[in-house]
Design a binder for this molecule. Structure first.
Ligand SMILES: *Cc1c(COP(=O)(O)O)cnc(C)c1O
Length: 394
């Protein structure tokens, strides 16, 4: 039997040729492919700037730095996300303030966000969890009315829209991630998008060892004076990082961006096939997309209804894996990760909705080229596992 993976990148001959061409070109970093990749993403989101970086996490880190967020500041975010969306707040020395989620969209509850704002709140960091953009407009509105920036961790939502507006375009800045399980991949990589000229310029400097933006954009070591006069390659204006994305990665990114619509359509199709087959299972709650939203399907994550808990869920995930089906518990709550508990004294019961839901989610295999037979097999196997849980119930 063939293992059905949880996710799988969609790499064609086009991507392979693009990478080989780059290797032959002799230009492996800071070149035309970076600019082109940035242009394509900026265009897609409808913003002026895109800054390619080495990962989504690096992008989030730079946005917080460039906004001047640091020790003593609070940033409101969700406990139900990939850990990077809270870690980036710790990276700049600020404090993540978690609020509970709305059980329909799995995104932060806007009313709780509003209630959590204090004079120390310096930003709201919103996440389109699993590619679902619900409430992003409300978060932008709340941030605006308190004169603080909304940062969009849009790492799970490339290509989606909320009420007609692109995911990534709601905040002062948005960040995409290109790890191999995302909608498009560059192997590793990320992209900051923004309409803020100064923020973009700062991010470009931070990603390139604190060199001035002018040099970061155009020149390299071989094309500028080897000294530390302002504006030269060896002049570093601030503490920076090496968060650059190589030309090889960017070549992949260009090829993937050119196939984005085709890939999003394939993902929508797979999600539809799952929905049709799982709809009838009473003990399962399916992903909920609002009618005026155009979700970008990142993963497919139904959950058990609240008659079940962690023990049953984990048994089902293990059962699926025994049947050669990839499955995962997206996401364990961030506030319950060991170092968050230790550092901030978080414990179970503090964000009951996020906790209860995170005990019941089952991420199923989901990738562009998944065929209907594979979907059928996963759905049937899941049904067998659920029926067995029902028999075990008192
Ligand atoms: C993937 C992802 C990131 C970024 O991940 P990297 O591996 O650093 O590219 C950040 N936030 C969320 C919510 C993600 O899903």
């Amino acid at each position: 039997m063939n293992f059905i993976p949880l996710s799988q990148p969609d790499i064609t001959q086009v991507e392979i040729d693009a990478v080989v061409d780059t290797l032959r070109s002799g230009r492996l970093s800071i070149g035309p492919r970076q600019s082109r990749f940035e242009e394509l993403v900026a265009e897609r989101v409808g913003l002026r700037h895109a800054v390619a970086v080495s990962s989504g996490t690096a992008g989030l880190h730079l946005v917080l730095l460039a906004l001047g967020i640091g020790p003593g500041d609070e940033v409101i975010t969700t406990p139900f996300s990939f850990i990077a969306s809270a870690n980036c707040i710790l990276m700049v020395g600020a404090k993540p303030v978690f609020v509970d989620i709305d059980p329909r969209s799995l995104n932060m509850d806007p009313l709780l966000v509003e209630a959590a704002i204090t004079p120390r709140t310096k930003a709201i960091l919103g996440v389109e969890v699993f590619g679902n953009p619900t409430h992003m407009d409300r978060l932008a509105q709340i941030a605006g009315s308190h004169e603080i920036p909304l940062i969009e961790d849009s790492c799970e939502g490339l290509g989606g829209k909320h009420k007609g507006r692109a995911i990534g375009a709601f905040g002062r800045a948005g960040v995409f991630g290109f790890y191999p399980n995302k909608q498009i991949t560059t192997g590793e990589g990320g992209m900051i998008v923004t309409n803020d000229d100064k923020l973009a310029s700062l991010c470009r400097s931070y990603r390139n060892q604190g060199r001035s933006d002018a040099i970061a954009q155009g020149q390299t070591a071989s094309s500028s004076a080897q000294d530390n006069r302002a504006g030269s390659w060896l002049a570093h204006e601030r503490l920076g990082y090496n968060y650059r994305l190589s030309e090889i990665n960017c070549a992949l990114g260009i090829a993937q961006m050119e196939r984005l619509d085709e890939m999003l359509a394939a993902r929508r199709r797979v999600a539809g096939e799952y929905m049709r087959r799982l709809m009838g299972m009473g003990d399962l709650i399916l992903p909920n997309i609002e009618s005026n939203d155009d979700a970008s399907w990142f993963v497919f994550v139904p959950r058990l209804c609240d008659l079940y808990g962690l023990v049953e869920r984990d048994r089902i995930i293990n059962g699926l894996r025994r049947h050669e089906i990839g499955a995962a518990n997206y996401f364990p709550c961030i506030h319950l990760q060991p170092f968050y508990r230790e550092r901030f004294g978080y414990g179970p019961g503090m964000f009951p909705i996020a906790e209860s839901i995170s005990h019941r989610t089952i991420a199923l295999p989901f990738f562009n080229r998944m065929d209907v037979n594979q979907v059928e097999l996963v759905a049937l196997t899941l049904k067998v596992m659920l029926d067995r849980e029902k028999l075990l119930k008192p």
